[in-house]
Design a protein around this ligand. Structure first.
Ligand code: COA
Length: 338
């Protein structure tokens, strides 16, 4: 693998200066859900690998509070102050208000003024989209230090009478502080950000009657809540996820065991297991925390990154592969050299 060839044309690289994450204390177990809808702990564990998920205590907690906590912890980890940031990017589909953006409110609260601030909407791919964007902006010299946050309070858009979605999702936030490094071969040496909007109706949040997808009219859908065609999403995810990992390995000239850690969006343990099996990934390098946190959408990859870093599970002598997919439909990857 030639890292220099992959990053040729860039005068500088990017490093992770710190990471942080936040989850609510409230736990919703499979048995709790089985008391609410017709499901069981056994069914949920078998089909998804999930045992429990974290749920915000509303209105005390939500996307804003979790995001702020995660970025504050990332700054603390980096030994930095909010005022040293040039930009704050937040990825979420559960922001409290359309305007102002979550990023503006968080930047204001952590003293990152007049840093730029904007939100990214790429559902579960949001953290990787934000990371790729931040990496590019730093590489070309438009910014020196950027805070990225992926956060979703999925419990705010789940209809807990709908067992097709209530079993999967939880609330979490993950953050990273990215900053310029003199070595251009550090940071994202290969990345993708892709989408296929023709399949949007497999996973969406209609706010008005006229936004309900054709064919979905008979569904007892609650406006403002997440609607998912689980089987369609599963088919899409298994294929795209494996393709994204294979593509990342091929384009950066890496064999599966030359990657130090795989940080995968936690959507369903079976989807991750299938990639491990089909692509021959070393399973000990593929982090899984879905049993404890469920699918926290844009929060998931950042939460994994922070938990892995803090527990010494990232071998920084080798590149890390980050990969996610989600509503849109979107998918994104990054091969990150430390
Ligand atoms: N508890 C018990 N039974 C359930 C259930 C639940 N929560 N949800 C569905 N079922 C039933 C169905 O009604 C169906 O019954 P039937 O065979 O009598 O019709 C049966 O279980 C199988 O349903 P199906 O939807 O085919 O299950 P599945 O194996 O596809 O698993 C998901 C459902 C949601 C776990 C799975 O499709 C999935 O993980 N999809 C991807 C979701 C995802 O990743 N979303 C986020 C993307 S970022």
């Amino acid at each position: 693998m030639n890292h220099a060839a992959l990053t040729a044309g860039f005068a500088r690289g990017v490093r992770i200066a710190g990471t942080g994450s936040a989850v609510p204390d409230g736990i919703l177990t499979n048995d709790d859900l089985a008391r609410m809808v017709d499901t069981s702990d056994e069914w949920i564990q078998q089909r998804t690998g999930i045992k429990e998920r974290r749920i915000c205590d509303k209105p005390r907690e939500g996307t804003l509070t979790l995001s702020r906590l995660a970025v504050q912890r990332a700054l603390e980890d980096a030994g930095l102050d909010g005022s040293s940031l040039d930009l704050v990017i937040v990825a979420s589909v559960t922001g409290e208000m359309a305007c102002p953006s979550l990023a503006c409110r968080i930047a204001g609260e952590i003293g990152a003024t007049p840093a730029g601030a904007f939100d990214v909407v790429a559902a579960c791919s949001g953290f990787v989209y934000a990371m790729n964007l931040a990496d590019s902006l730093i590489r070309v010299g438009r910014a020196n230090r950027i805070a990225i946050v992926g956060c979703d309070c999925m419990s705010s858009i789940i209809d807990y009478d709908d067992r097709s979605v209530s079993i999967l999702f939880g609330d979490a936030a993950g953050s990273a502080i990215l900053e310029a490094d003199d070595d251009p071969t550090k940071g994202s040496i290969y990345q993708t950000m892709e989408a296929d909007g023709s399949g949007w109706q497999a996973l969406y949040i209609p706010r008005r009657e006229n936004e309900i997808a054709p064919g979905d009219e008979e569904n007892p859908i609650r406006l403002g809540c997440l609607r998912m065609n689980g089987r369609e999403v599963y088919k899409f995810a298994v294929t795209r996820f494996q393709r994204a990992i294979k593509d990342g390995l091929e384009k950066s000239g890496l064999a599966p065991d030359e990657v130090g850690a795989y940080i995968c969006h936690q959507s369903n343990a079976r989807i991750i297991e299938s990639a491990v099996e089909k692509l021959g990934l070393p399973s000990e390098k593929v982090f899984v925390n879905i049993d404890k946190f469920g699918n926290s959408s844009a929060g998931s990859v950042g939460l994994c990154l922070d938990q892995m870093r803090k527990s010494g599970r990232i071998d920084e002598s080798k590149p890390t592969m980050l990969v996610a997919f989600g509503g849109g439909m979107t998918w994104a990857s990054s091969v990150w050299r430390h």
